[in-house]
Design a protein around this ligand. Structure first.
Ligand code: OXD
Ligand code: MN
Length: 581
């Protein structure tokens, strides 16, 4: 399936020569191709077939035990000027990075096939979508990209029509952590990734393209590429609203995106639909609103904790045509992970007999599945124009301080809130788990340029869109003095969403505090919630002046670390809050 796009044809030839690939294979995205590659992966042991009766078309892949998460310390933004990458990124000079990667790639595909994957991020005919081509020597990557993007002949046709595309070069190399780098060259719309087969490092359409490179493109072109789920909510009157929500990795974005409301809500006629669970591209429309698409076509979700109680929609989609990576396996060949149910698996995520000690599935074990398999997936996710966003939510895991929900007073305040949210780290990235770190807009690992410029870009949206969404923070993870979660979360988060929408549509008042608008006592619908009354909820909806004054000092210190690129408006807003406190 060679191409009429000269740049692409020459790049493929040049990479094949440099890597000494044994053969070149152009992916067409067909069912026959999928079947052929599945069979090959089964034969070479990359895949293990799961129970065909309970999980038809599902496969288990166990990765190298040292290659199970994103590697932020090995991920670089290679802009000409170091200052443009900002203190939020690791930086390497483009020439040095290119030389390092050329050395690693030299001859690395000897005896291997070079797969060419043309892909489109977003609906194939949408003007909001962008295309890329990933060259990889991993057939496992091909099968994941098939689920996560619109890949193959249709994407290639769009690339040939448009001309430009993001170039992504990937090799699993030797899977040696000492020979592993994920390099981004935003100015050249190029990605080079070596030495890992893990999703966020290897499926280049996802974090590398749709966030790091796209955030850079979005800044040039006046839109936003964000680490956000997109959720549709229809109320009993039939009014349809859309919410985009940013949470750090492994903080429940997939669960929120697929939420099933409490029974009373369903009876009343509320409906939730899923547009996306991880990435959101938003652009100002002619009507002054922000219109959003989910650039992905599938879900690469965290398995542990997914259950009939926490996310029935997710569970329902995982019984067919799913790739499981690093989960455990039951005696009869079913995938299993902690939190699923009380069966004891036979094998752990390394393929060893499970001893009963420690986790059987890796804490960052994953499922890859087409979005179309999700019962709550909405046809609106395929709409070329996207969906109009009413509310933007920023969240994180905070055991203390941060209330259940808080509305920003205006856009600048909302940007300040987003820029300074903090969360406890999770197993989605290599490193210590449970450490509180600031994770602006949940983009700490994913912003392709200097955070100061990024916040300026967010503020500039006021000039492009006259009807911007309302901005909120949420915290489902507050704990009491016994270390217990104070809010039930999951489906009950609907109660908070209802309040958020009522605020967006100017239907309800709020308690004004120095740090934002909070629900008045009695305004959150608690009907049908056992053990939670307005009074037990009180501490979750209060602001402690002294603690928040301390938080503001910490925020000032944090912003100052980004130097003079931080927009002055954020400091003005901060000062106003400090005065009010
Ligand atoms: C992801 C992540 O895989 O954020 O979505 O790590
Ligand atoms: Mn993510």
């Amino acid at each position: 399936m060679p191409t009429s796009n000269q740049v692409l044809a020459e790049w493929v030839e040049q990479v094949a020569a440099h890597t000494q690939a044994e053969q070149i294979y152009w992916c067409d995205g067909s069912d026959a191709e999928k079947e052929r590659i599945d069979q090959m992966l089964l034969k070479d042991g990359t895949y293990k077939k799961l129970n065909e009766q309970t999980h038809p078309g599902c496969f288990l892949h166990l990765s190298d035990p040292q290659d199970v998460a994103r590697v932020e310390h090995l991920t670089f933004i290679c802009t000409t000027e170091k200052a443009d990458a900002g203190p939020n990124n690791h930086w390497m000079a483009p020439s040095e990075a290119k030389k390092k990667m050329d050395d690693l790639f030299a001859g690395c595909m000897k005896g291997r096939t070079l797969y060419v994957i043309p892909y489109c991020m977003g609906p194939i005919d949408s003007s909001l979508s962008r295309c890329g081509v990933e060259l990889t020597d991993s057939a496992y990557v091909v099968q994941n990209m098939r689920l996560m993007t619109r890949m193959g002949a249709a994407a290639l046709a769009r690339i040939e029509k448009e001309g430009d595309f993001v170039k992504g070069l990937h090799s699993t190399g030797e899977l040696d952590p000492n020979r592993r780098f994920i390099m981004h060259f935003p100015e050249q719309l190029t990605i080079m990734s070596y030495g890992s087969g893990y999703g966020g490092n290897a499926l280049l359409g996802k974090k590398c393209h749709a966030l790091r490179i796209a955030s850079y493109q979005a800044k040039q072109e006046g839109w936003l590429a964000e680490h956000m789920l997109i959720l549709g909510i229809k109320d009993p009157s039939g009014r349809q609203s859309y919410v985009a929500a940013a949470f750090p990795s492994a903080c429940g974005k997939t669960n929120l995106a697929m939420l099933i409301p409490p029974e009373g809500y369903i009876e009343d006629g509320w409906e939730i639909s899923t547009i996306g669970d991880d990435i959101c591209w938003m652009r100002p429309g002619e009507d002054g609103r922000l219109w959003a698409i989910n650039p992905e076509a599938g879900f690469f979700g965290v398995a542990p904790g997914t259950s009939e109680r926490t996310n029935p929609n997710a569970l329902a989609m995982l019984y067919k045509d799913t790739i499981f990576t690093n989960v455990a396996e039951t005696e009869d060949g079913q995938p299993w992970w902690e939190g699923l149910d009380d069966r004891i698996p036979k094998f752990d995520w390394k393929g060893n007999l499970y001893s009963g000690n420690g986790s059987a599935a890796h804490p960052n074990s994953r499922f890859t599945v087409s979005a179309k398999r999700c019962p709550s997936y909405s046809i609106e996710a395929e709409a070329d124009q996207g969906v109009p966003i009413d509310a933007i939510i920023f969240g994180g895991r905070r055991a203390s301080l941060v209330p259940l929900v808080n509305q920003a007073k205006n856009w600048v305040h909302g940007v300040l809130m987003g820029a300074t949210v903090a969360s406890e780290t999770t197993a989605a990235a290599t490193g210590e788990v449970g450490v509180v770190r600031r994770d602006p807009m949940a983009m700490k690992p994913f912003c392709g340029y200097h955070f100061g410029d990024y916040w300026k870009h967010w503020l500039s949206m006021r000039g492009h869109a006259s009807k911007l969404p309302q901005v909120f923070t949420v915290n489902w993870f507050r704990k009491n003095s016994d270390g217990k979660f104070m809010w039930p979360g999951f489906g009950d988060n609907m109660r908070v969403l209802e309040w958020i929408l009522a605020r967006c549509h100017h239907e309800i008042g709020a308690k004004e505090t120095a740090v934002g608008y909070l629900p008045e006592e009695g305004d959150l619908n608690l009907l049908g919630l056992d053990n939670i009354t307005s009074s037990t909820l009180k501490p979750l909806l209060e602001i402690d002046g002294q603690e928040w004054a301390n938080e503001m000092s910490a925020i000032r210190e944090y912003l100052e670390r980004f130097g003079n690129r931080v927009p002055e408006q954020l400091f003005n807003e901060l000062r106003a809050i400090e005065d009010a406190l």
